[in-house]
Write a protein that binds this ligand. Structure first.
Ligand code: HEC
Length: 144
């Protein structure tokens, strides 16, 4: 019948779409690609709906923990342009100028944090979850 010959290609298409969907699911279970652009960690418990990490909740704590001991007034990096105060709004302004959203991994913030020509050495190496959080934040537009 003529209707059968229309249904057949449609069924083939659906099968292909299904196989594709399966393929994607498989890919997600695979090892995390280096530049997948997906934040690997999400505070736990659903998050706030967005993909992009936020400065105040995701990034700022990493900086106060890993960087502020030197990067503060009177610290050993107190004479650099990167000074943290502990106040998220003030520190956002100081931090965002060190990011390059068009080439996130080349951002000064990440290069210094991972130890490239950094007086403070490698704080968050490129294989650490902290580095990935910073990278995801910059890739997501370096939002406050
Ligand atoms: C043990 C001390 C120490 C720690 C901890 C430290 N730094 Fe530094 N940092 C320095 C020193 C010293 C310099 C100045 C020399 C240089 O440019 O590398 C510096 C310079 C920098 C600069 C250049 C600032 C400018 O004026 O252009 C950036 C950006 C930076 N650090 C980022 C970071 C980040 C991000 C962290 C935390 C992940 C961090 N640093 C942790 C000591 C430290």
């Amino acid at each position: 019948m003529s209707s059968d010959s229309r249904i057949q290609p449609l069924a083939a298409l659906l099968t292909a779409a299904f196989a594709l969907a399966l393929g994607c699911a498989d890919f997600e279970r695979g090892p995390v690609a280096e530049d997948a652009g997906v934040p690997p960690i999400d505070g736990g418990g659903g998050g706030d709906g967005g993909d992009a990490a936020s400065f105040a909740s995701d990034v700022h704590p990493l900086l106060t923990t890993g960087c502020q001991s030197c990067h503060r007034a009177g610290g050993s990096a107190g004479n650099t342009s990167f000074l943290l105060t502990g106040d998220a709004d003030t520190d956002y302004a100081a931090t965002v100028s060190l990011t390059d959203t068009s080439n996130p991994s080349a951002s000064r913030l990440l290069r210094k944090a991972s130890g490239a020509g950094h007086g403070g050495g490698a704080i968050y190496g490129a294989d650490t979850p902290e580095y990935q959080t910073l990278l995801a934040w910059i890739s997501g537009g370096a939002q406050p």
